[in-house]
Design a protein around this ligand. Structure first.
Ligand code: GDP
Length: 305
């Protein structure tokens, strides 16, 4: 139901002793820690985080391994400064649900082809319109054949208007039209789909920056948010791409998709640690409902339930 069953299965099978009394872990079953280390690395949690988790588990006052591990993992999903502070204090704060209320009215959604950008925009439309917002879309991915048509189909299904441009047309022009119409018609939120081709990277970054400038000029106020869609299945490669997008354009949020399709859901940990941008939502399936606001405690609970 939560869409994280593959990662959960992987962790529970590698660490098939989560109920172990913590003091037994260190006295009689030292191999347990090695298995745990292996399981965390295999789930793409990353070296640094794995080391910190093992340290925190060793120092934990929790009764059993599962609880100690859940606390340590939750702490890994805190922003870096807070995590460092709380690790010093030996304390895990109550996780705060991430704020998914957009600061601006326009959200540019970026990411390379195939990560689930267009589908995610549909899901976001469903999420916010279900909460009383008036939402519209702009089909700014004019490079991928049929991306506009795909968004059009979603829009029709969800009752969300879509601003279209011609295939191969200027994405900035579509974004400009979207931003102008949003402002004139008083819609609460505009999601702008963007191109995500991989070749010609420099031009892609320049083009995305141009789209953002055009939006910010057409719809002054809070600058457009930039949310990056990242496919969990691509693991470390995806994270490296994300860093490049962040350096070039400046991200204000990340959405991690396809967590249902991988046993490496631990990738959210290095995303939080290395990118320093809040994860807003996670995608856990192909339908419009399969999007959840990211909540670190719920996430960790789903991993170990
Ligand atoms: P885009 O090229 O980035 O716009 O990618 P699309 O939105 O066209 O999605 C590519 C494929 O990924 C489609 O088949 C989607 O149904 C699928 N997809 C998107 N998000 C998810 C997700 O969270 N889970 C799964 N299993 N599939 C997804």
């Amino acid at each position: 139901r939560d869409g994280l069953s593959k990662t959960r299965k992987q962790l529970n099978e590698s660490v098939g002793f989560l109920g172990t009394d913590l003091k037994d872990v260190f006295t009689t079953r030292i191999e347990t820690l090695e298995d745990l280390e292996y399981a965390l690395i295999a789930a793409d949690v990353g070296r640094e985080a794995t080391e910190e988790i093992l340290e925190d588990v060793k120092a934990s006052t929790k009764p059993n391994l599962q609880e100690a591990l859940m606390e340590a993992m939750t702490l890994q999903l805190e922003p870096n400064a807070r995590r460092a502070q709380f690790r010093k204090l030996g304390f895990t704060p109550d996780a705060r649900r991430v704020n998914v209320e957009p600061a601006g009215k326009v959200i540019m959604v970026i990411g390379v082809n195939g990560v689930g950008k267009t589908t995610t925009i549909a899901k976001l439309g469903q999420y916010y319109s279900g909460r009383g917002k008036r939402v519209m879309f702009a089909a700014g991915d004019t490079f991928r054949a049929a991306a506009g048509a795909q968004l059009g189909v979603w829009g029709e299904r969800l009752g969300i208007p879509v601003i279209q441009g011609p295939d191969g047309g200027d994405p900035a022009a579509v974004a400009h039209d979207g931003a102008t119409v949003r402002r004139a018609r008083g819609f609460d939120l505009l999601f702008v789909d963007t191109a995500g081709r991989l070749h010609n990277k420099h031009n892609l970054m320049e083009e995305l920056k141009k789209v953002k400038r055009v939006i910010d000029r057409a719809d002054p106020g809070e600058p457009a948010e930039v949310w990056l869609v990242l496919d969990a299945v691509t693991g470390q490669n995806g994270l490296q791409q994300a860093k490049k997008f962040h350096e070039s354009i400046g991200l204000t949020g990340v959405i991690v998709t396809k967590l249902d399709g991988t046993s490496k859901g631990g990738i959210v940990v290095p995303i939080v640690r290395e990118l320093g941008v809040p994860i807003k939502f996670i995608g856990v399936g192909e339908s419009a409902e399969d999007l959840q606001p990211f909540d670190s405690r719920e996430f960790v609970q789903a991993l170990f339930d």
